[in-house]
Design a binder for this molecule. Structure first.
Ligand SMILES: [Zn+2]
Length: 164
């Protein structure tokens, strides 16, 4: 499993914080992290512990999001509603959990923090997701194998890792 960041978030602070959290998740939990860079607006990314590549939003949408039934089941909106608002692709700043077959299993649909989006947005935001995993134990994802969780498990159903 891979944690993928579609960079750069519009707000520099969010971008920098996402990079720090990804670095930390790699260092502390050995999570494989990578960056697909769509919008190179906050300078060169150096010393990142994973793959960094530049891609167009169209390529990412076609490969990861469009007609992705796994993703469709796990997010509130359809992928086209979430990432192609009014016909314009809006992906940068989000993060995705990618399984071993390369299929995106979950993706944030709001790039920043829940503050500003209103109550209940935590489950949809990139920054809250990254902070939740960094502050283990996470009830959203198993830090050992990156399996998505329902939230009330005691052991990870995939790898058996104790979650509390
Ligand atoms: Zn696990």
């Amino acid at each position: 499993m891979i944690l993928r960041y579609y960079a750069d978030a519009d707000v520099r602070e969010w971008h920098d914080h996402a990079l720090r959290l990804l670095q930390r998740l790699h260092d502390e939990h050995g999570i494989v992290v990578e960056i697909n860079r769509i919008d190179d607006q906050h300078g060169t990314i150096t010393d990142f512990p994973g793959d960094v590549r530049s891609l167009t939003p169209e390529d990412i949408y076609e490969r990861d999001l469009k007609r992705n039934s796994d993703l469709n089941q796990r997010i509130d909106q359809t992928p086209s509603e979430a990432f192609k608002r009014y016909g314009k692709l809006d992906i940068a700043g989000n993060v995705a959990v990618v399984d071993d077959d390369g299929t995106v299993q979950w993706a944030s649909t709001l790039p920043g923090y829940a503050d500003g989006y209103g109550p209940g947005a935590e489950s949809q935001t990139a920054m809250d997701f990254l902070e939740d995993i960094a502050t283990s134990p996470s009830n959203r994802i198993c830090v050992e194998c990156l399996s998505l969780l329902e939230g009330d498990e005691i052991f990870c159903p995939n790898c058996g890792h104790k979650l509390s």
